[in-house]
Design a binder for this molecule. Structure first.
Ligand code: PBG
Length: 327
């Protein structure tokens, strides 16, 4: 006598032990990268209102937090600098004594053997107009003039000891010119992360507070339109062809389809950036008691991995690594 139903997928969900054994995707501490903000002139860490739990670091608190991240087993840290003074060219970006470059050297000294010290390569924190590049006379962002600034910034970051440069400015040709510029100075081992599919997202809001952004207007002439999936893949293919070692999809949760598409079509590692607004939404809902914070954070990371991310930049990196370790 045959019983119905014959096919019972629930068999593989019957206990935690079975579910553990058949789970297709996992998140490991080594796959998490912690973005960190360091602000010039701070004597102690300062909270960021729209990102509860995230701070602008002083030099001292930066070192301590990076050591804690290394202890938790995260794979890397991505450093952003907030300068005291800004100008039209973003001069603080390639000043060897600029906050980002000084902090990079400090971090390499502190944790450079344990994890990969990475730096954001973009002008927006350093310009008085807040754009990711320099401006032409008509006020538009000048792609090719910006590339010269990026090469200079890349060289100062490499000299400061950065092991991996995060090219987040979305200028055409940035991977190729920076690779050439680094190689010409002997920095052939400095890795390049191309923020290939970086979308003009409303969810960057809290980050603007985190870096004290001076931007008025938007970045829609250089970041991708959120309606475009094919274009995200195109950008990733271009970055791979220009010599990127890794490509990025950003934001993460609203763009999981793009992430999957990119993962299926390039050969190099694909990372995703779970951005400030994604962080803020979960923190806000959790603070209201509307969702289980830890379960929501871990599910969000698992989902980004499942969609194809080999590693994830997330503000929860250290805490999530500690949870994963304790399991
Ligand atoms: C640009 C940059 C941004 C973020 C990372 N790099 C802001 C932007 O493009 O407007 C956003 C990160 C986040 O929101 O967490 N340097």
């Amino acid at each position: 006598m045959s019983s119905f139903p014959e096919i019972r997928p629930r068999r593989l969900r019957q206990s935690p032990a079975v579910r553990n054994l058949v789970r297709e995707t996992s998140v490991e501490a080594r796959q998490l990268v912690l973005p960190m903000f360091v602000r010039e002139g701070l004597a102690e860490a300062q909270p960021i209102g729209s990102m509860p739990g995230v701070v602008q670091h002083s030099m001292d608190s930066l070192r301590r937090a990076a050591a804690e991240a290394a202890e938790a087993g995260v794979g890397g840290v991505m450093l952003f600098g907030v300068p005291a003074v800004r100008d039209a060219q973003g001069s603080g970006a390639d000043d060897p004594n600029g906050i980002l470059n000084l902090a990079t050297t400090a971090l390499v000294e502190e944790v450079g053997d344990a994890l990969v010290v990475q730096t954001d390569l973009c002008l927006d924190e350093f310009t008085d107009h807040g754009h990711c590049g320099v401006l032409a006379a008509d006020g538009s962002v000048d792609n090719d003039a910006t590339l010269d600034r990026y090469v200079s910034m890349a060289l100062s970051q490499a000299r400061a000891g950065s092991q991996l440069l995060g090219l987040s400015g979305m200028m055409d040709g940035q991977v190729a010119v920076i690779r050439q510029g680094l190689d010409a100075e002997g920095f052939t081992d400095t890795m390049l992360l191309g923020y290939a599919a970086k979308y003009a997202s409303a969810f960057y809001g809290p980050f603007r507070e985190a870096v004290d952004s001076q931007l008025t207007g938007d970045r829609r002439t250089y970041q991708l339109d959120p309606g475009n999936r094919r274009e995200g893949l195109l950008e990733a293919l271009i970055d791979e062809a220009e010599g990127a070692d890794i490509v990025m999809v950003k934001p993460a949760m609203g763009f999981l389809d793009v992430l999957r598409e990119v993962r299926d079509n390039v050969q190099i590692p694909v990372w995703a950036y779970q951005i400030s607004g994604e962080y803020a939404m979960i923190e806000a809902a959790a603070a209201n008691g509307w969702i289980d914070r830890r379960a929501a954070v871990l599910e969000s990371l698992l989902s980004i991995r499942r969609a194809g991310a080999d590693a994830i930049l997330t503000y929860w990196a250290t805490e999530a690594a500690q949870w994963l370790d304790a399991r």
